[in-house]
Design a protein. Sequence first.
Length: 165
Amino acid sequence: MTNIPVKTTRRGDECACVDKLTILYDKVRDRAYELSLLRACVPGHEKEDWLQAEREILGAAEADVFDLGSAYRIRLNLPGFNVDQIRISATTSKIIVEGEAEGPSGQWTIRNIYRRLIPAQPIDVDGLSAIFDADTLELTVPKRPRLLTEEQPAEQETASAGAAA
C-alpha cells in the first residue's frame, strides 16, 4: 500500500483544472469528429462517436462510492497504472483523479485516465487521504460538517408552531 499526496485547491485557484479540462474536451471533440469522418459523416451516430472519443481520451475508471456517514470511501480500479502515474486534486466540491501510463512495447502506447467525482455535500480536503494498492485507488473523503444556516431555525419554528396547534 502506498499513500498518494492530494493537491488541494482553494476557491479561486481552479483555473488550472478548468484549463486542463478544456484541453481534454477539445481533444474529445476533435476525436469525435475524426470518428464521424471515418463513418462518412452519416448522421445519427453523434452520441456514439462522442462517447467513444471520451473513452479513448479520458479513459474509463469504474468507481464504487460508499457513504459512511461522516465520510465517503471511493474505490477506483486503475489497472496498468502505478502510484507515480496518478495525480489527485480536490476542492471542497470535487475530486479529480488523473493519470497517464505508458504501456509495454507492442501492446499499447499511452493510456489516460481522467475521472471527476462530485460528492453530494462539501468535503474536508485537508482530511482527504488516498492509498494505492494492487491496481486499486482508495480515497477516504471526510465530509465537511454542515453549518447552521438562517433557514434551519425558521424550519424548526414552523415545526414547533405546527406541534403546538
